[in-house]
Ligand binder design. Structure first.
Ligand SMILES: [Zn+2]
Length: 186
């Protein structure tokens, strides 16, 4: 009986043990508290619901490792309940992350199309506005915070190996782009 109780308590202790991640912003240093169920459900969306989407995005232009880390932080900042860990909310958060980081309407439209395949009646901009409010309008996530997420949250997962090729980065000149080809879309 004692062993059973001990095992149960150990299990509960593990369940409630949280990860802490420093989330650097302009002047404030905040701490994100991350619980195991949040990690579990986030990766469930990736492993079960978004397989086709991630496969389609073969050059990681829509969802590279940094953007996915941003989506994770949005989920934590928004304090979403378990039933809101959905593919739709993932794509809405990804759309927001892309709007914050990329200057490319094509990628935004691509994500919108994927959202419409989930539900053609969705009002994407309304959902995005709602999420933006839920995260306290804090859409900027530092590189350090993204890298800490990748290092601490399921670090061996394939998703963190989605390194976007320099050719698809906005900060590359046309001539350099011609010289350095992305092997995934050549
Ligand atoms: Zn490519």
């Amino acid at each position: 009986m004692f062993t059973v109780v001990c095992n149960f308590l150990q299990k509960m202790n593990g369940y409630y043990k949280s990860q802490l991640i420093y989330d650097y912003e302009a002047e404030n240093k905040r701490i994100l508290t991350i619980r195991p169920w949040q990690i579990e459900n986030f990766f469930k969306i990736i492993d079960e619901d978004l397989v086709a989407f991630l496969k389609y995005d073969k050059c990681y232009r829509l969802a590279d490792n940094y953007l996915i880390a941003m989506v994770f932080v949005y989920f934590i900042r928004a304090d979403l309940p378990v039933d809101e860990y959905t593919a739709i909310n993932f794509l809405v958060a990804l759309h927001l992350a892309l709007a914050m980081e990329e200057d490319d309407d094509d990628v935004l439209q691509d994500v919108q199309l994927w959202l419409e395949t989930e539900d053609e009646n969705l009002d994407i901009f309304c959902l995005q506005k709602y999420l933006f409010r839920q995260i306290g309008y804090r859409g900027t996530i530092s590189r350090t915070c993204c890298e800490t997420v990748m290092r601490k949250i399921n670090p061996n997962h394939e998703i963190w190996k989605r390194h976007r090729h320099i050719n698809h980065s906005g900060a590359v000149s046309q001539s350099k782009r011609r010289r350095i080809r992305c092997p995934r879309c050549c």
